[in-house]
Design a protein around this ligand. Structure first.
Ligand code: APR
Ligand code: ZN
Ligand code: ZN
Length: 361
C-alpha cells in the first residue's frame, strides 16, 4: 500500500519551500522505503530551489540523511527492515572498472529508485540527488542504504551522506594525507572543517586553515587546525609557504569553489604536492594560469567528488571512529530544526551562521 507522508517541496524556481503531502509507493524490486530520522541542510538543496541544478520542478529536497529501513522490495539482501542506515547519492556497484580502480564516484552502474514519489494529484517529484529526505519516509534504491552502528545519533550519522563525507574524503581518500604531512585548507565551512578533521585523523603535523571570516577560523582551530590565516588581510600563499619552511603544503584542499581560491591552492602547494579541489565552481568561472607554471610543478591536481568515498567502506569506519571519541562528528551540527524550518535554515546558511542545520523527525 502506498503511503502518504509530509515532505518539503521546492515548487518552482526561487519560490519558498513548503510542506506538502507526498505519496510514497511500496518498494519495488531493488528498492527500499526508509523512515527518515534526520536530514542535514546542504547548499545543493538551495541550488535546486534556485533552479541552479536543473528545471525539473517540483523537487523533493534533502539528501544528507539517516533513518531506519521500513520495507524492502524483491531481491534486496544487503539491508532489511529495522536496519539503521545512512543514505548515499551514489549507489555504487563495487564491481565495475571505476569502482575497482578506487574511483567509485565514476561508477558506471549507479542507480536510484525506479518508481516515482508524487504529490496527491499525481505530479511526479524530482528527489534531490536521487534521495529526497526532508520527508517522513522516502523511497530509494536499496544500494543507496549503508548500514552503520545504530548507537550513533541520527543527526550526526546523516552528515556523512554529503558535506562532511566530501570534506573528510577529500583529505583521506583523494589527498591521501599521511602522517607528518603539512596540509592547507582554503575555505572553512562544513566541507573545509571536515577536511581539517580528516587531516588530523590521518596524522597531519601542520594543518593551516585559511578563510576570510575570523569566526570560521576560530571554529577551524577547534576542528584541528594548528595555524590560521585570514586571507582578507594576509596573502595566503605567502603565509602557507612561510609556515611550511618555504616549500608550500604537501596537500592543499580547496573548499570554496572560486577562481581566486583555486589559484591560491595551485600556488600554495609544495612543488611535488597535491592540490585537492572539493569546492564546486559555477559553469561561467574560468582560471587563467601561465602554462609554464602548470608544466613546472609536479605533484597532482585532483578533483574530489563526494570525497571519493565508497559508502560501504567509509561510512561504518567513520561512525566507529566517532563512537570511539576519535572523530567528533557532532561538532558539525550547529542546530537541529523541524521539517517546517528549512526555509529559515537556508537563510542562516546563506549568512554563513551555521556549519550544518539538521532537520530531525
Ligand atoms: N577565501 C577563503 N575563504 C572563503 C572565500 C575566499 N575568497 N570565500 C568564502 N570563503 C569561506 C567562507 O567564509 C566559508 O567559511 O569559505 C567557506 C565556505 O563554506 P560554506 O559556505 O559553509 O560551504 P561548504 O558547505 O563548506 O561547501 C564549500 O564545497 O562541496 C563544495 O558545493 C560546496 O562549493 C561548496 C564548497
Ligand atoms: Zn561500479
Ligand atoms: Zn549535499
Amino acid at each position: 500500500m502506498a503511503q502518504e507522508v509530509r515532505g518539503v517541496i521546492a515548487p518552482a524556481k526561487d519560490e519558498p519551500v513548503r510542506i506538502e503531502t507526498v505519496v510514497v509507493p511500496d518498494p519495488g524490486p531493488g528498492e527500499a522505503v526508509v523512515r527518515i530520522q534526520a536530514c542535514g541542510v546542504c547548499h545543493t538543496d538551495l541550488h535546486y530551489k534556485q533552479g541552479g541544478i536543473n528545471d525539473d520542478f517540483p523537487f523533493l529536497l534533502g539528501h544528507e540523511a539517516a533513518g531506519v529501513v521500513e520495507s524492502v522490495g524483491d531481491g534486496v539482501s544487503d539491508v532489511a527492515p529495522g536496519d539503521f542506515v545512512i543514505l548515499n547519492w551514489r549507489a555504487v556497484c563495487g564491481k565495475c572498472r571505476a569502482c575497482l580502480r578506487g574511483r567509485p564516484w565514476y561508477c558506471f552502474d549507479t542507480h536510484n529508485a525506479r518508481q516515482k514519489m508524487t504529490l496527491t494529484d499525481g505530479t511526479e517529484l524530482s528527489p534531490a540527488l536521487g534521495i529526497g529526505a526532508f520527508i517522513e519516509k522516502t523511497l530509494v534504491a536499496a544500494g543507496q542504504c549503508t548500514k552503520v552502528d545504530p548507537a550513533v545519533a541520527p543527526e550526526v550519522a546523516g552528515l556523512l551522506g554529503c558535506g562532511v563525507m566530501a570534506g573528510i574524503g577529500a583529505a583521506i581518500n583523494t589527498g591521501n594525507v599521511g602522517r607528518g604531512d603539512s596540509v592547507a585548507v582554503i575555505g572553512c565551512g562544513g566541507v573545509g572543517d571536515a577536511a581539517i578533521a580528516g587531516s588530523r585523523l590521518a596524522g597531519a603535523a601542520r594543518i593551516i586553515a585559511v578563510d576570510i571570516d575570523d569566526r570560521k577560523l576560530e571554529l577551524a582551530r577547534s576542528m584541528g587546525a594548528t595555524h590560521t590565516v585570514n586571507s582578507r588581510t594576509t596573502d595566503p600563499v605567502e603565509a602557507i609557504r612561510e609556515l611550511t619552511g618555504g616549500f608550500g603544503a604537501d596537500v592543499v584542499i580547496e573548499a570554496v569553489g572560486r577562481p581566486e581560491t583555486y589559484k591560491q591552492a595551485f600556488y600554495a602547494r609544495d612543488l611535488a604536492g597535491t592540490v585537492v579541489l572539493v569546492g564546486v565552481p559555477t559553469p561561467e568561472m574560468k582560471l587563467e594560469l601561465p602554462l609554464l607554471d602548470v608544466f613546472g610543478r609536479g605533484g597532482a591536481l585532483k578533483s574530489s567528488w563526494y570525497g571519493d568515498c565508497l559508502p560501504s567502506r567509509d561510512f561504518p569506519m567513520l561512525i566507529d571512529l566517532h563512537l570511539q571519541g576519535r572523530l567528533d562528528l557532532g561538532a558539525f551540527v550547529t542546530e537541529t530544526i523541524q521539517l517546517d524550518e528549512v526555509e529559515k535554515a537556508f537563510e542562516r546558511m546563506h549568512r554563513g551562521d551555521v556549519l550544518r542545520s539538521v532537520v530531525v523527525l
